[in-house]
Design a protein around this ligand. Structure first.
Ligand SMILES: Cc1ncc(COP(=O)(O)O)c(C=O)c1O
Length: 473
């Protein structure tokens, strides 16, 4: 594979990924003598100031979901109080176990646990705190693999996920040896139920649906999919990493929210990210299960290790208890009212943006999302539009299959003037790309290549080299 034509692109990428080499000290080995703490703090403050400019004023899609100064200060105080806490040592820090148990219970109740009135432990909604959406998904898929092996004797497990379900499901497939069946979405960008039915066989252990998926924000037909799973006695996972902390409040506010949570009897697990619309600091998420027995398949323990009896409920051993404390503090300090008001701002901002974008003839909003605005175009190169927006400081997410870009709306975009600024730049972007269809290429060619089977290997190589750059000093 001749990589030489990509060398210039990689060199440019390296420059943009390593912007501090010139003006900040680089440490490739420990300094002989420790640097002064004040100096270290000053360096951190400088870096923070540079990077906050990128997200504070609402230029980035997703990424920072709350970000108000006072709220961040509050969370930082909570972190500082708990910085030594480690949930692995529940005897030393029972507060960590209190916080995590309550985070799980509050999330479960928000997601329909109260609809389970039976006292049967097999119906009880329970769960665990993980480090993020990906870990919650990996945990759930490993749980189904082990559950199916033990209770059904399935040795060659398979899972079914719509094409739009998060890449973390592919990661789970690869890590845990579960064969993945990706099924298409329909014209409406929702999972094709008939295709799911056709992909099922005796080795299927779990079906996945998203509320909503990352690319276009359109909730899958979870009611039909979860019933299909229930009728075959297999698991159904709702990935509500994005929507878990928004959709319940959207529903209360009267927005059309399709059913997705434990009120559907076929839903046997849910992932919901506290570090997205739960407004906690990065590093926590919740995975929930229907039934205590199912959760047991997530746990790990060793009884014959010289280091003693070892057990841990999630992938990590030692974990940052401070992040769980921060998550708990975010949840109890916002409360239902805080979450509802935050949701109202986001939903109103999105409704306004959808209306404005729909008034631009060259662009189409994909479907009718509540808080994720994905756009495509039949007449313009959408990646050139994204390129123009990047030059105007906007950090949109590039999507493909089909080519599109999205803005995941957060509290940052609900600040006064942000949505108007976005639309004004977007209109200019459309006019520019229309007038200059041959403007310099950005990420477009790479996305184009990724869509073509013979060139995918090359794109994988580019991504590998990208990750190598991340670890260069
Ligand atoms: C729907 C969905 N699921 C899972 C994830 C993965 O979450 P994380 O990046 O926290 O691992 C994301 C991230 O954006 C997501 O949007």
């Amino acid at each position: 594979m001749d990589f030489s034509m990509f060398e210039p692109i990689m060199a440019e990428l390296e420059k943009s990924l390593k912007p501090y080499r010139k003006d900040f000290p680089t440490f490739s080995r420990l300094p002989a003598e420790g640097r002064d703490r004040k100096e270290v703090i000053a360096l951190m403050e400088k870096l923070r100031a540079i990077e906050a400019k990128k997200w504070k004023d609402g230029y980035v899609s997703g990424a920072v979901y709350h970000g108000d100064e006072e709220f961040i200060d509050f969370l930082t105080t909570i972190y500082a109080i708990n910085s030594q806490s480690n949930p692995l040592h529940a005897d030393v820090w029972p507060s960590a176990s209190k916080f995590e148990a309550e985070i799980v219970a509050m999330t479960a109740n928000m997601l329909g646990a109260a609809s389970v009135t039976s006292s049967d432990p097999e119906q009880q909604i329970c769960g665990a705190v993980s480090s993020g959406g990906t870990e919650s998904i990996l945990l759930a898929m490993k749980t189904y693999r082990d559950w199916a092996r033990e209770t059904k004797g399935i040795q060659a497990p398979e899972m079914i996920a719509p094409s739009t379900a998060h890449a973390a499901f592919d990661k789970a497939s690869e890590y845990f040896g579960i064969t993945m069946h990706r099924i298409p979405v329909g014209q409406d960008f929702r999972a094709d139920v008939a295709a799911v039915r056709a992909a099922m066989n005796e080795n299927t252990i779990v079906i996945v649906g998203s509320a909503p998926p990352f690319p276009h924000g359109i909730v899958d037909p979870i009611d039909e999919l979860s019933e299909l799973a229930r009728s075959k006695g297999i698991g159904f996972h709702t990935d509500a990493c994005l929507g878990g902390f928004l959709l319940p409040w959207a529903e209360k506010l009267g927005y059309p929210v399709p059913p997705f949570d434990f009120r559907l009897p076929g839903v046997t697990s849910i992932s919901a990210d506290t570090h997205k619309y739960g407004y906690a600091a990065k590093g926590t998420s919740v995975v929930l299960y229907r039934g205590l027995a199912l959760r047991r398949f997530q746990y790990f323990s060793v009884t014959d290790w010289p280091g003693g009896l070892y057990f841990s409920p999630t992938f990590s051993g030692s974990r940052p208890g401070a992040l769980s404390a921060v998550c708990w503090a975010a949840m109890v300090s916002l409360g239902e009212k805080g979450y509802t008001e935050a949701a109202r701002r986001i939903l109103e901002t999105t409704a306004w943006l959808k209306k404005e974008i729909r008034s631009i003839a060259e662009l189409q909003v994909i479907g009718d999302p509540l808080f994720m605005v994905a756009m495509r175009s039949d007449v313009l190169d959408i990646y050139k539009l994204m390129e123009f927006m990047t030059r105007r400081r906007w950090g949109l997410n590039g999507l493909h299959l089909p080519p599109s870009v999205h803005l995941c709306v957060t509290q940052r975009h609900a600040q006064p003037g942000v949505k108007e600024r976005f639309m004004s730049d977007l209109r200019e972007a459309v006019a520019f790309v229309k007038k200059n269809p041959d403007a310099p290429e950005g990420v477009g060619p790479i996305y184009g290549m990724a869509a073509q089977v013979p060139l995918r290997g090359m794109v994988k190589e580019i991504l590998g080299r990208y990750m190598d750059i991340l670890y260069k000093v």
